[in-house]
Design a binder for this molecule. Structure first.
Ligand code: TXA
Ligand code: MG
Length: 315
């Protein structure tokens, strides 16, 4: 999809246009104090699928959700004493908390790639704050760079990588911190998942405890690859042409199936439906789930990566 990417100023008209784009499921790059984010409505499956498409990511790495305040954050995640301590000390700011997602959160499962946790942050940048206030919903945003490229700290960097792939960039000048947020996992014991804008020692001082550090050399950026990652209870069989006895089928294209990722063979629609369909058939108590072949192009790479993990032998 080739778009005319608009450059919006941080003024009345610019915020209004940015909100209208987000409401319609479009993508807006927004400045934060760390780096520019590539934002879409976190409740909109299709908008979230388009974030992955625009970045050209071959995998569904989970995304950070941005909200205007800790009060709003509490409506999406299970809050804890540690979360309160860290949010009071460092929000708004360059720190992201990973907490169990609330069952009533209404966030697209694609945002956290099917995990039961959600990464959430209250950015301090006044332009991000104003946009989040005016939009009034959660904004999923990875750094606004194509996969494998460095994170953007100006609107010009964003355009250099994503011009024609997103609806707009909201220009808020250069980012102060220039380094991504520090990610703290609080779903189990406190763990430093990614070093970033707020030094780990400062966070440890606030918590009055040491953080567990993510194993040296482990791939920080890809919790989607951890064995704890969501996998359906049912055995998953890929590249299936038809259902076998006892199986339910997830189709793609013009096929006979129980749930279709996209009857029109649209990969963005398929990505938007992927986790919903896996969960739905799993909840039906299927012993086996057959899945149609998905073309290995564009978002098909990420879809197939996720399906291969779901189909892999369990430990
Ligand atoms: O400063 C930042 O954090 C920027 C701005 C835009 O907020 N965002 C950013 O997003 O750096 P991204 O997508 O480039 O990195 C998000 C990181 C990834 O390493 C991802 O694996 C991790 O957050 N992450 C997201 N959800 C997670 C979860 N539920 N559990 C563990 N890690 C998670
Ligand atoms: Mg990034």
């Amino acid at each position: 999809m080739k778009l005319e990417t608009e450059i919006l100023q941080a003024d009345h008209g610019g915020y209004g246009r940015a909100c209208a784009i987000l409401v319609s499921g479009g993508l807006v790059s927004l400045p934060t104090e760390t780096v520019y984010g590539l934002g879409g409505d976190a409740r909109n499956d299709r908008a979230v699928a388009r974030i992955f498409e625009a970045k050209g990511r071959p995998q569904f790495n989970p995304l950070i959700v941005h909200v205007p305040s800790a009060e709003v954050a509490k409506t999406y995640v299970e809050w804890s004493h540690e979360a309160e301590v860290l949010a009071s000390a460092f929000w708004p700011g360059a720190m992201t908390l990973v907490l169990p997602i609330r069952s009533d959160a209404g966030i697209s499962p694609l945002v956290s790639a099917g995990l039961s946790t959600l990464a959430i942050r209250v950015p301090a940048h006044p332009v991000a704050q104003e946009l989040l206030e005016q939009f009034g919903g959660p904004v999923a945003a990875p750094s606004a760079n194509p996969s494998g490229r460095i994170s953007p700290t100006t609107a010009a960097h964003v355009l250099a990588g994503l011009n024609g792939r997103i609806e707009a960039v909201l220009d808020g000048g250069a980012c102060d911190v220039g380094l991504e947020s520090t990610i703290i996992g609080l779903a189990d014991d406190a763990i430093l998942l990614r070093p970033g804008g707020v030094p780990a020692e400062v966070i440890e001082a606030a918590l009055q405890m040491k953080l567990r550090h993510h194993a040296e050399g482990a791939q920080l950026s890809a919790p989607g690859q951890m064995t704890s990652h969501y996998a359906p209870g049912a055995a998953v069989r890929l590249n299936a042409e038809v259902r076998m006895t006892g199986e339910l089928m997830i189709g793609f294209g013009d096929v006979d199936c129980d749930l279709n990722l996209s009857a029109a063979s649209d990969l963005t629609e398929a990505a938007a439906n992927l986790f919903h369909h896996l969960h739905a058939l799993d909840a039906k108590g299927a012993t086996g789930i057959a899945v149609s072949p998905i073309p290995e192009v564009g978002l098909g790479l990420a879809i197939n990566d996720r399906l291969r993990r779901a189909a892999a032998p369990r430990d």
